[in-house]
Design a protein around this ligand. Structure first.
Ligand SMILES: [Zn+2]
Length: 59
């Protein structure tokens, strides 16, 4: 299982609708809209912060 970094939904790698590579890591997404949001602001979704105001609204 992996976690969609945009909406934090748990998905299986083989069920991911979309995936992308960023800084050598592969990220999986539940929807194309999540991937697009990630690619617009990848640092927003990959930064390890206490701030969780990063929930997407794709699903
Ligand atoms: Zn998602």
């Amino acid at each position: 299982m992996v976690v969609d970094p945009v909406c934090h939904m748990r998905i299986r790698e083989d069920e991911a609708v979309a995936k992308t590579e960023y800084r050598g890591k592969t990220y999986y997404f539940c929807a194309v809209g999540c991937k697009e949001a990630f690619e617009r602001e990848p640092e927003r979704y990959t930064e390890e912060t206490e701030d969780h105001e990063m929930h997407g609204h794709c699903c």
